[in-house]
Design a protein around this ligand. Sequence first.
Ligand SMILES: [Zn+2]
Length: 320
Amino acid sequence: MFHDNNGLFLTDAQLAVDVRRRQPRAFISHAHADHIARHELALATRATARFYHHRLGNQHRVREMVFGQPVEFGGLQLTAYPAGHCLGSAMLLARNDQQSLLYTGDFKLGPSATSEPAEVPKADILVMESTFGRPQYRLPPREHVIDQLLETITGALAAEKTPVIHAYALGKAQEVTKLLTNHGFAVLQHPLIYATSQLYLELGVDLGNVAEYVETAPAGHVVITLPRSMRKFRLPGLERTLSIATTGWAVDPSTKYRWDVDVAIPLSDHADFDQLVDTVRRAEPQEVICTHGPAEFADHLCELGFNARPLKPPKQKRLF
Ligand SMILES: [Zn+2]
C-alpha cells in the first residue's frame, strides 16, 4: 500500500506524503519547512494551504481537504484528521479495498490553545512520527508546564527584565502567545511571526493582546522571537532580557546550554513518549512503521506486543 523512496509514498495513488522535493502530487500534513516543497498539486487542509502559500507563493495548486470528510483520489479514499501540532495540521487516513493506513505527520495529543485537538482513527497500518521515542522524553503535565512558563515570565518582569521567548514562527509562537495573552500578558512578536499570526486571525484564531515588535519593548511586555538557530532571530533595541526556549527537549537538563538560553521550558508540539505509545493503542494497528525518531522506539513497541519497525532499517553497526 506504501513504499519508501527517500520519503513516504502511497503506491496506488502515486501520492507523495510530506516529501521535501517537488512531486506531481503530494499530501502536506502541515507547512513546516521539512514537510513541504513546490509541488505541482498539493493536498492539504485550508489552514495548511494558507501557510504553504504564504511560505512558497500563491501560484502552487492545492486541493483542499476538510477534516473528517473523505475524498476519492487515485483509487484511494483519503480523510484528514486533526494532528494537534499547529493550526490545520493533519493526519492522513488512506483506504483501499483491502487495507487502511494512517500517517500521523507531526502530532501531539491533548489540549492546545491554538490547534484543533488531535483525533486518532483506527487503521491497519500506522506510520507514525516518533521524535520523542525514548522513555526519558516523558513531559510533565501540561498545567505544570504552563505554570512554569507564567512564573518565569512574572519573575522576569518583576526583576525589570524583558522576557524573550524563542519559538517557531508557525505553531509554537502562536500557542505561547495565546497562553500568555489568556493570562493578561501583552505580547510583541518578531515581524515574521506576526505575519503568520495574521493568518491565524484570518483563519478564526484570535491571539489576544499581541502586536508586532518595532524597535523596542515597553516595560511589562513579553517578546516572542524566532529560535536562536535561525539567522533572523535577533531584534534590535532589546536590553536586560531573560531568554526562554519552549521545547519538548527541555526535559533534558542540558538543553538550556545547547540552545544558549537562560531557561528552557518543556512546552512541546510533539507527542511525548507516553503519547506515542497511547497513539499506537488507539489506532489498534496490525503494523507500525516509525519515522523521525530513534530506531529503538520500534523495539520498545515490539516489547509491548506490537508489530513495529522503522521506515528505514537502522544502519548496521560495524563489527570490526
Ligand atoms: Zn512540524
